[in-house]
Design a protein around this ligand. Structure first.
Ligand code: FE
Length: 240
């Protein structure tokens, strides 16, 4: 055996996309996670991998409880942007979505969620940049029927990118994406956010930012920011 370590091999692992939330005193937070798996049947238990730098990590360690909301395929990019690219140290994320108090005291995100489970942490494994929390599921509820969002769908169809704190982050080479025909014929150019992958389409504008359809990227005010992750205009590149 030689010692080849081709990280591209790891890109073939399948994942879902979830919001994992937790609580600390009166404070709540949540974040996007792609690594949630059920690890035992009796008692029903799940494992969740969380970056040690994230506020949710701190809260899970403090409270010993967490909730997982399983996102649907129709989840809007701005919800993924809120939970995946913004920090709870800067934004009160839970106040911007519909959520409810779980039986563990943990906030549970309901928006764009098919179901949720709540767990009590039974153990943890230190994995360098991340901690794997193993939690016994103490509550679970189906909210609606639908197709769960997969990481592959997020990457390949929604053209989303990985947050730098994701366990699967790979320097955002974009190599996993195969650019399709995105050029507009004689129209205004689209611009892509280098941080989150959001695409500004002049034909659509940005209703959240009060930008009318037909506004070119160049004509956007300097104060305009990415509606998904909040990056400034200079973080955008022309789409190729
Ligand atoms: Fe962005």
């Amino acid at each position: 055996m030689n010692d080849i370590l081709d990280r591209q091999a790891l890109w073939n692992i399948s994942y879902g996309l979830y919001v994992v939330s937790s609580v600390s005193g009166q404070k709540t937070n949540g974040q996007i996670v792609n690594s949630v798996i059920q690890v035992s049947a009796d008692p029903p238990s799940i494992a969740v991998s969380i970056n040690k730098n994230n506020l949710t990590h701190e809260y899970i360690q403090e409270s010993g409880v967490l909730a997982v909301s399983v996102l649907e395929e129709e989840t809007p990019m701005n919800l993924i942007g809120l939970f995946g690219f913004k920090s709870g140290r800067d934004v009160d994320k839970m106040s911007q979505v519909s959520c409810r108090d779980g039986q563990t005291g943990c906030p549970v995100v309901i928006d764009s969620s098919l179901c949720f489970f709540e767990g009590k942490v039974a153990g943890s494994v230190d994995c360098g940049t991340h901690t794997i929390f193993v939690a016994e599921v103490v509550g679970a509820q189906v909210i609606k029927e639908g197709t769960p969002l997969t990481y592959a769908y997020y990457r390949n169809v929604m053209k989303g990118k990985a947050s730098k704190n994701a366990p699967t982050y790979k320097g955002d080479t974009g190599l996993q994406d195969k650019p399709e025909d995105k050029k507009m014929e004689g129209g205004m150019k689209k611009y892509v956010c280098n941080v989150c992958g959001y695409i500004y389409d002049p034909e659509v504008g940005d209703s959240e930012g009060n930008i009318e359809a037909g506004t070119s990227f160049e004509d956007l005010p300097d104060s305009w920011t990415c509606p998904v992750c909040g990056a400034s205009k200079d973080e955008f590149s022309p789409e190729e």
